[in-house]
Design a protein around this ligand. Sequence first.
Ligand code: HEC
Length: 140
Amino acid sequence: MGMMPLLLFFFFTIPFLGIPASAEQQESKNLIQKEMIALDGALKVTVDAIVLNEPERIVPAFQEANRIREQVEHTIKSGAKIVLPKNQKRFKEFVRLDNKFHRDLELLLKAAGKNNMGVVQRQTHRLLDACVRCHRIFRK
Ligand code: HEC
C-alpha cells in the first residue's frame, strides 16, 4: 500500500482515540488506563517513524508500555483482578483481544528491529484496527 492512504487513515482516526491525560489525572488511573496512555504515545511515535523512515525510534517508544504490560501480566498471574472501567463482565473477550493485540505488537517490534518497513506498516495498521475494535466495546 502507498503512503497516502496510510496517512489519511491516521489523520482521520487518531483524533478519536482519546487524548492523553495530565499528570494529576493519571494518579487516579488504573493499570490498564496507564498502559493505554503509554501505548497511545508509542503508536504516535510509530506513525512518525514510518512517515519519516526512522525505524530505530519504534522499539524504544514501546519501552514504557511494555514495562506496564509486565505489571499487568504479573497482576493476572497473582490472581488479582484487572479492573475494566466498562463491561467487566466481558473480561474474557477483553483478554482475547488484548492477547491478539500483543502478538501483533511483537511482530511490529521484531520488524522494526530488522528495518523491515513493509511489515512495520502492515502491523501498524493491524494495531490501529485493534485499538478501535477494543474501544468500541470497552471504552466509556
Ligand atoms: C484489548 C482492548 C484494548 C486495546 C487493544 C486498546 N485499548 Fe485503549 N483502552 C482500553 C480500555 C479498557 C480502556 C479504558 C476504558 C476507558 O477509559 O473508558 C482504554 C483506554 C484508552 C485510552 C484512554 C486512557 C485514559 O484514561 O486516559 C487511550 C488514550 C487508549 N486506550 C489508547 C489506545 C491505543 C492508542 C491503542 C492501540 C495502539 C489501544 N488503546 C488499544 C482497551 C483497549
